[in-house]
Design a protein around this ligand. Structure first.
Ligand code: NAP
Length: 484
């Protein structure tokens, strides 16, 4: 197996080959603000070449048996695991997350690939009882075709796997476009996929001009589907573009997750779970908690416990031992968090701890923000309405269950929600009432390969994970067969 290098990822994968271009873009280490590598700057022409390759490879790949395709996928997972330390380092350096989190993400990639390798074997059809004795009504499940996969910068390895693995298991071929901040981990994961001797053209990767690549994938009728994970804003652009040739879409978009802590909750358990969710990946998580509603009776206690834990978090370069909070992905994310905190404080929020970026010394030119706790947050503040996507925990107080449910649903997003209570009747009222695609009760862990993760409202269409995640890459073909 080729060991992963940090220095040369300046190529794309087209038709099984490394393709270099004259123009490239720097990849920045967010912990230093310095370039750590370069990737090619492609656009329309190279994307068309990638679609050509994927479309030529599709007939043969889709005709392999699911067992044969699973063989490639398990081989890929083995290679990823064998190289996990290098891959985790590359991910941490390029994206900013702590090395431990990066290692967990790479291990998750392998788990996701394996789960889909096996689920592909269960893409069974149906025989429906017919109304005539000379007929059989059959339902087949067939691969959608060539798919475009567009991934974001926050979990660039895991989200690649959540798309590439079911696509390959179902028999689709793909053209992948990673985020500009985190392309190298995608190119590296693809290298391991190529080492399985995957047939040329089955998996292709392009980097560069997002708008040009997105338009080319959308406009080409050979691309039968786009699976996108990223902001709601870009999701809407792709949805409009896809309308022109009625392309299938899976959209995993932004969130504004509420957590509601009722007075009967196990408070210590709630605090630990909120900390684990809110500060994972420096708060840059789609299902990350964006609003904390706590009952007035336990409000002060919860704020004190959170403040105590937040003050102890170690912020450093992701590769430094003991790092708990790394750098933010880029300066734009950081500027957005600064603006949201400043708006909240200006409108009367109380800053309990944190509240500014970290500079100087070991923070150098990196994009670091202090883990922050705000109390007295109100619905008028921008961070209540928008996705914070940073290490900021905003607390609001409530007294009435119906009113807090109304407030928690008062957003165009509907990705995730969290509730802490021991009252069974209330649990069911929350399950019925919360407008989210994913709900965790008395915990904050949600995303697993076997579960259908996805959003409602403007948080998306379709699901990732579970048998439903594989279905996203399969079309139904119904056949009415008349015989003698
Ligand atoms: P983003 O800015 O929307 O970018 C996501 C991807 O879309 C990148 O590869 C980006 O390329 C590409 N892109 C940008 N403009 C495009 C266009 N016009 N046509 C086609 N592609 C285009 O999102 P991000 O900042 O990387 O990720 C954060 C967002 O993703 C948050 O809103 C988060 O909640 C969401 N997210 C959702 C889930 C979920 O499961 N629901 C999971 C993770 C993240 P460039 O980087 O080259 O611009």
């Amino acid at each position: 197996m080729q060991p992963i290098q940090l220095d040369d990822w300046n190529f794309m994968w087209i038709n099984g080959e490394q393709v270099r271009l004259p123009e490239s873009t720097d990849v920045i280490n967010p912990a230093t603000g310095q370039a750590v590598g370069q990737v090619p700057r492609g656009g329309e022409e190279i994307t068309r070449r990638a679609i050509d390759a994927a479309s030529q490879a599709f007939p043969a790949w889709s005709k392999l048996t699911p067992m044969q395709r699973a063989g490639y996928l398990h081989d890929w997972a083995d290679r990823v695991l064998a190289d996990r330390e290098n891959l985790a380092l590359l991910l941490s350096v390029e994206q900013g997350k702590p090395l431990d989190e990066a290692r967990g993400e790479i291990e998750g990639v392998a788990v996701f690939i394996r789960w889909n390798a096996e689920e592909g074997k269960r893409a069974t059809g149906e025989i429906i009882p017919a109304v005539r004795p000379d007929q059989r009504l059959l339902v087949f499940r067939q691969a959608v075709g060539v798919v475009g996969l567009i991934t974001p910068a926050n979990f660039p390895a895991a989200i690649l796997a959540t798309k590439a693995a079911p696509a390959l298991a179902a028999g689709c071929t793909f053209v992948l476009k990673p985020a500009e901040q985190t392309p190298m981990i995608a190119i590296a994961l693809m290298q391991h996929l190529m080492e399985t001797n995957l047939p040329a053209g089955v998996a292709n990767l392009v980097t560069g001009d997002a708008d040009a690549i997105g338009r080319t994938l959308s406009a080409d009728p050979r691309v039968r589907k786009i699976s996108f994970t990223g902001s709601t804003e870009v999701g809407k652009i792709l949805m409009r573009q896809a309308a022109d040739n009625v392309k299938r879409l899976t959209l995993e978009l932004g969130g504004n997750a509420p957590v509601i802590v009722f007075p009967d909750a196990d408070l210590d358990k709630a605090v630990d779970a909120i900390m684990a969710n809110k500060f994972e990946n420096c708060g840059q998580v789609c299902n990350g908690i964006n609003r904390i509603y706590v009952h007035a009776d336990i409000h002060q206690e919860l704020v004190a416990k959170l403040a105590d834990k937040i003050r102890q978090l170690k912020v450093s370069s992701g590769t430094e031992p003991g790092c708990q909070i790394g750098a933010m992905i880029d300066s734009n994310y950081l500027a957005k968090v600064e603006a949201l905190v400043s708006d909240a404080v200006g409108k009367g929020a109380k800053l309990i701890t944190g509240g500014s970026r970290l500079t100087g010394g070991s923070y150098g030119g990196g994009y670091f923000y202090q883990p922050t706790l705000l109390d007295g947050v109100t619905p008028e503040m921008e961070l209540t309405k928008k996705e914070i996507f940073g290490p900021v925990a905003p607390v609001q107080s409530f007294t009435d269950e119906a009113e807090v449910l109304r407030q928690s649903n008062n957003t165009s997003y509907g990705l995730a929600g969290y509730v802490f209570t021991r009252d069974t009747a209330r649990i069911f009222r929350m399950i019925d009432g919360m407008e989210v695609g994913n709900l965790a009760i008395n915990g904050t862990s949600l995303a697993y390969p076997q579960a259908p993760f996805g959003g409602v409202k403007e948080s998306g269409i379709g699901r990732v994970g579970g048998r439903q995640g594989l279905e996203e890459y399969l079309e139904l073909k119904y056949v009415a067969l008349t015989h003698e």
